[in-house]
Design a protein around this ligand. Structure first.
Ligand code: PLP
Length: 350
């Protein structure tokens, strides 16, 4: 703290991301990165785009919005792109979620949501997940201006079917419903097909996980035109060029390589199945995951202690010191090799 800090900065409690270790040779299963590289076409497109680094990028990222629009069967005017979906979400908080009535989100969900709420002065209420750690749509029937759900949820990995999202959107015609689909490609049902029918739905996705581009920082939102326009107004009051030229080129190439996307996401889904079986075999309770991670606890071992013992043996997983989930570990689905190393060490520890 310094006397130069503004009152706003004094009051912030920033998000703490998972560890990005300097040490080599660790099995890194703590931040839900893709264990496979991005499409080789991405690398070629980025290399070609270096010719234009002297120039500012397209402030509207038209090429990328067109690519996303074609892939998801919407129009480019219904697509907003940003520097990671974290930035897209941040703009959403400022542009669309700040009202007198509270924003609702689950008590157990992506921990950036309360951080953004405090940063932007958004009133919020947490709606508890049920005893099975599931989102219960009926529990969201209370006065609100908006509802924000990660689907599949993080860190539980549990997903709601599209019908449930449509029921929620229909039950709250005067509230904006934002669905954060960071993990949808690993087994969830996307709400994007509902956008045409519902003016109160915004769907946010990222290229960080299923397209292995966490380092490039590209995310997007799909919604009807007035919602997208609100995001553009905030973006154009903040940074005209949030997406750099290399990111735009790489993201366009990634969206174009459907075969690579399908192959790698199916490999991860298959690895998840074997990982769930192996963990269950060791006595873990594993929540049903539709994501590229599993959330699991062992009846006899605390989460903090297990995470520390794994860390000591070169394996990083994520642990949250938070009521209701302090005994769980969130484990990213790595390659089969990485998963086997994890299971072997756990077998030793338990
Ligand atoms: C990873 C993640 C994001 C952020 O992704 P970026 O696009 O890398 O900023 C957003 N929401 C959830 C639930 C996530 O897990």
């Amino acid at each position: 703290m310094s006397r130069f800090w503004s009152p706003v900065v004094r009051g912030l409690s920033p998000y703490v991301p998972g560890e990005q270790p300097k040490q080599e040779g660790l099995v890194k299963l703590n931040t839900n990165e893709n264990p496979y590289p991005p499409s080789p076409r991405v690398l070629a497109a980025i290399a070609a785009a270096t010719d234009r680094l002297r120039l500012y990028p397209d402030p509207r990222a038209a090429a990328l919005r067109e690519a996303i629009a074609a892939r998801y069967q919407v129009t480019p005017e219904e697509v907003f792109v940003g520097n990671g979906s974290d930035e897209v979400l941040a703009h959403t908080f400022q542009a669309l979620l700040k009202h007198d009535a509270p924003l609702l989100f689950p008590d157990i969900t992506y921990s950036f949501y309360p951080v953004y709420s405090r940063l932007y002065g958004v009133r919020y209420e947490e709606v508890p997940l049920d005893a099975a750690m599931q989102v219960r749509i009926a529990d969201f029937r209370r006065p609100c201006s908006a509802i924000l759900l990660a689907n599949p949820n993080a860190p539980t990995g549990i997903s709601l079917p599209r019908d449930a999202i449509e029921a929620l959107v229909t039950a709250h015609p005067d509230a904006l419903v934002v669905i954060d689909e960071a993990y949808v490609d690993f087994g969830g049902e996307s709400a994007v097909p509902l956008v045409a029918r519902h003016d109160n739905l915004l769907v946010v996705q990222t290229l960080s996980k299923s397209r292995a581009l966490a380092g490039l920082r590209v995310g997007f939102a799909i919604g009807q035109r007035p919602l997208i326009e609100a995001l553009e107004r905030v973006k154009d009051s903040f940074n005209s060029y949030p997406l750099d030229g290399l990111a735009i080129a790489g993201a366009v190439a990634s969206i174009a390589d459907e075969a690579w996307f399908e192959e790698t996401r199916h490999r991860i889904i298959a690895s998840r199945r074997s990982l769930v079986d192996a963990l269950s075999g060791l006595g873990f309770e594993v929540l049903p995951s539709a994501a590229n991670f599993v959330f699991a606890r062992h009846p006899r071992r605390g989460g903090a202690e297990l995470a520390a013992e794994l860390r000591a043996r070169g394996i990083l997983v994520r642990h949250f010191q938070k009521p209701r989930i302090e005994d769980f570990l969130r484990i990213t689905v790595g390659t089969d090799d990485q998963c086997s190393r994890l299971v072997a060490v756990l077998r030793d520890l338990i």
